[in-house]
Design a protein around this ligand. Structure first.
Ligand SMILES: NC(=O)c1ccc[n+]([C@@H]2O[C@H](COP(=O)([O-])OP(=O)(O)OC[C@H]3O[C@@H](n4cnc5c(N)ncnc54)[C@H](OP(=O)(O)O)[C@@H]3O)[C@@H](O)[C@H]2O)c1
Length: 267
């Protein structure tokens, strides 16, 4: 276990800051006196989250409007960030969307949109930020919010789950490539969290009710993510017992398939 390192004064670029886990991360990091660059598409909500952060800190808080489905806008937006606010020492890739639907019923536009946000846009942002970290010879941390859906399959999650599985595999290799530059990579794999995510992802509207006994609150997920950053963890699985479930699935995949199709089939 690493010594706890404070996030105070660190310049943190946070995607998905306008809602759910990202919004709670913004408040927790502001309380811990980090310098923040909050990102999302919704400018009104960005301004609201920034104003709420002001209650907790006198550190600078900036906003950067960014749509991850528009890859050509990522580099110019980040050039503006580097020039005006500096190179972030921590990048938190929290933005993400899902859609729970059988693969055969998916339109390809929806497939592309999910991959664009969860993977390609996130990769493009990670590439420019890590390149700047390396060039400026500063150590850093990249935090990728993936999902338990990327570790274990469940029906109606082929596209969301595979986008997150790819994000986990990407993070695992990135970790090896960035280690010589003292840039660490943390992957966070939460189970269901009570956020607006399901307004788009869950067409039935029943999923959260079905998993309410073990669904996480965004505040507790934010606490675990910040602890993962402070203790330089490699991976955070939430709830923590999911680590055992992941192991069980690897060892006994047929049992895992059966359980996913029956007991844990809630979508
Ligand atoms: N909720 C869950 O059960 C759960 C479980 C496991 C993992 N996760 C993951 O946790 C992360 C946070 O999810 P959440 O539950 O907090 O969801 P949420 O409340 O729906 O927030 C999603 C965030 O993503 C941003 N976003 C969506 N489309 C975007 C785009 N095109 N470009 C840039 N940003 C975009 C949204 O901001 P704007 O609308 O302002 O752009 C919003 O801030 C996601 O990566 C999600 O996959 C969630």
């Amino acid at each position: 276990m690493f010594r706890k390192e404070s996030v105070a004064n660190q310049l943190i670029f946070l995607t998905g800051a306008t809602s759910g886990v990202g919004e709670q991360l913004a408040y927790l990091l502001a309380k811990k006196q980090a310098r923040l660059i909050l990102s999302g598409r919704n400018q009104t909500k960005l301004a609201e989250v920034k104003a709420n952060c002001r209650e907790y800190t006198l550190q600078p808080i900036y906003t950067a409007c960014l749509d991850l489905t528009q890859p050509k806008t990522i580099q110019p937006t980040m050039e503006h960030v580097y020039e005006n606010y500096g190179v972030p020492s921590i990048l938190i890739n929290c933005a993400g969307i899902g859609l729970f639907r059988s693969f055969v019923d998916m339109d390809f536009e929806q497939v592309e949109q999910i991959y664009q946000i969860n993977l390609f846009g996130t990769m493009a942002l990670t590439k420019t930020v890590t390149k700047e970290m390396i060039q400026s010879k500063q150590s850093g941390i990249v935090v990728n919010i993936a999902s338990q859906g990327g570790k274990m399959p469940s029906p109606k999650s082929s596209i969301y789950g595979s986008s997150k599985a790819a994000l986990i595999a990407f993070s695992d290799t990135l970790r090896l490539e960035l280690a010589p530059y003292n840039i660490q990579v943390l992957t966070v794999n939460p189970g269901p969290i009570v956020t607006n995510f399901f307004e788009q992802a869950d067409e039935t509207g029943n999923y959260l009710e079905a998993v309410k006994d073990y669904a996480l609150e965004p505040e507790e997920v934010a606490i675990e993510i910040v602890e993962g950053i402070e203790f330089r963890k490699r991976e955070v699985n939430l709830p923590s017992y999911m680590q055992l479930a992941n192991l069980g699935y690897r060892l006994f995949p047929r049992v895992g398939d059966y359980l996913s199709q029956t007991v844990f089939n809630k979508k």
